[in-house]
Design a protein around this ligand. Structure first.
Ligand SMILES: *[C@@H]1O[C@H](CO)[C@@H](O)[C@H](O)[C@H]1NC(C)=O
Ligand SMILES: *[C@@H]1O[C@H](CO)[C@@H](O)[C@H](O)[C@H]1NC(C)=O
Ligand SMILES: *[C@@H]1O[C@H](CO)[C@@H](O)[C@H](O)[C@H]1NC(C)=O
Ligand SMILES: *[C@@H]1O[C@H](CO)[C@@H](O)[C@H](O)[C@H]1NC(C)=O
Length: 379
């Protein structure tokens, strides 16, 4: 099972005065992590200080990127200095940076009136309308499925794309989902572009992708969190579920820690206010239940499950506890081919894709969607 992390920083917004004030004087730092022990220190600072790690970095290869509040800044930088870890300022004031990006997006939108849906960060309703239109335009190829309502009642829909209406059991199924983490805005356009290329703009050399494979594409796993990140808090990551047994103060669960695989063991925080709170129990979130149900419904036929995240250009595979699955060499080979193709089209200033086991390349976690899929699919 592969997981993408994309190169783009999805830092774009709609303009509302004072909307980003919660991040006034928050700063973001590049941290030159040298090895696993530096990464461990960052994990500890995340736990003890509550800093927000935007990109985890790879020891000796790639910097980590960390956001700190004005109150956290001093202790954070002191801890880095004491441990001889080099760092540099990346963003001085996150609120100001968010406002600038919002203005950039507004001028981009007014200069390109007829942009395609995947050339923007479309809201939930626009994505919904697009999927409805695609299903109506290609009735012989597309089935629109409503998995059910999110916690706040938004329908979570996915497209099934097939030349044989999923009846040919010999065809493999590719399952792609996006926007499990609300702030990872760039992921939904990837899912939408895939739909576009399979249906609206299919190239002759890609015909086999349609003929020989059945596709399931779920562009927004976590619509409540995504909408909240658009309207209220750009850096929201979790779902928006309220569980008064758990907390009267903080809401939401990290959906990608909520799957029933080594649940609540590593890379999670017990505090419900944390961005990495795995939930009161595995599959406490209706949104992760829908992903599970799709995986289980199509179990023997799913050959590829692609859970798309951002940001950082990585192709990552299981398991998140640093143990390799039996088909690791095979997945690595496919991941390397994917990375090489993406590299061949990348912007000159973008970095190359790194391919590897998620626990070794980034950091160990538990309860993740890709691990759950890998184990359930017994690949
Ligand atoms: C595909 O199959 C489903 C039943 O599984 C049926 O409801 C639907 O009408 C079929 N679609 C097409 C295009 O044949
Ligand atoms: C909260 O706890 C009560 C009593 O144990 C239980 O009946 C209820 O289902 C719980 N609510 C949630 C949302 O888990
Ligand atoms: C998660 O693990 C921690 C540490 O073992 C424990 O304190 C906490 O109660 C656990 N949470 C859940 C929901 O099981
Ligand atoms: C890592 O996770 C996988 C999948 O849950 C499990 O099979 C394996 O035993 C775990 N390895 C260790 C060392 O815990």
């Amino acid at each position: 099972m592969l997981k993408f992390l994309l190169v783009f920083c999805a830092c774009v917004y709609t303009v509302t005065a004072g909307k980003h004030d919660a991040y006034r004087s928050y700063s973001v730092h590049n941290v030159q992590v040298r090895d696993m022990s530096d990464l461990q220190l960052l994990q500890d600072l995340q736990l003890n200080l509550g800093v927000d790690i935007w990109e985890h970095g790879m020891g000796g290869v790639r910097d980590a990127v960390v956001m700190v509040s004005p109150e956290q800044a001093r202790s954070f930088l002191e801890a880095l200095d004491e441990n001889g870890i080099a760092h540099s300022l990346h963003i001085a004031d996150v609120a100001k940076s968010l406002e600038e990006h919002e203005n950039d997006l507004a001028s981009y939108r007014s200069s390109r009136q007829n942009r395609m849906i995947f050339n923007d960060y479309p809201r939930y309703a626009e994505v919904d309308a697009y999927m409805e239109r695609i299903a109506a335009t290609y009735p012989n190829l597309v089935t629109l499925v409503n998995a059910g309502p999110s916690f706040e009642g938004r329908d979570i829909k996915y497209l099934k794309i097939s030349t044989t209406n999923f009846t040919d059991a010999s065809k493999p199924i590719y399952f792609m989902d996006a926007m499990m983490h609300a702030r990872e805005w760039v992921t939904t356009p990837v899912a939408l572009y895939s739909i576009h290329r399979l249906l609206e703009n299919r190239r002759p050399e890609d015909q086999d992708l349609l003929d020989d494979i059945d596709w399931i594409i779920l562009p927004i796993v976590n619509p409540d969190g995504y909408e909240f990140s658009q309207t209220d808090n750009r850096l929201w990551r979790k779902t928006r579920s309220v569980n008064l047994n758990v907390s009267t103060e903080c809401i939401g669960v990290d959906a990608n820690r909520n799957f029933d695989i080594e649940f609540n063991t590593t890379g999670v925080f017990t505090n419900p206010c944390s961005n990495l709170f795995p939930g009161p129990y595995a599959f406490s979130e209706v949104e992760t239940q829908y992903v599970r149900d799709i995986l289980l419904e199509y179990l023997p036929r799913i050959q590829l499950y692609n859970d798309i995240h951002s940001h950082g250009n990585y192709v990552l595979f299981c398991y998140a506890n640093k143990t390799l699955p039996p088909n690791a060499a095979h997945i690595h080979h496919i991941g390397a081919a994917m990375g090489a193709i993406m590299d061949s089209m990348k912007l000159p200033q973008a970095r190359f894709y790194l391919v590897g086991n998620s626990g070794l390349v980034l950091y160990p976690t538990s309860g993740s969607a890709d691990d759950y899929a890998q184990v359930r699919l017994r690949i």
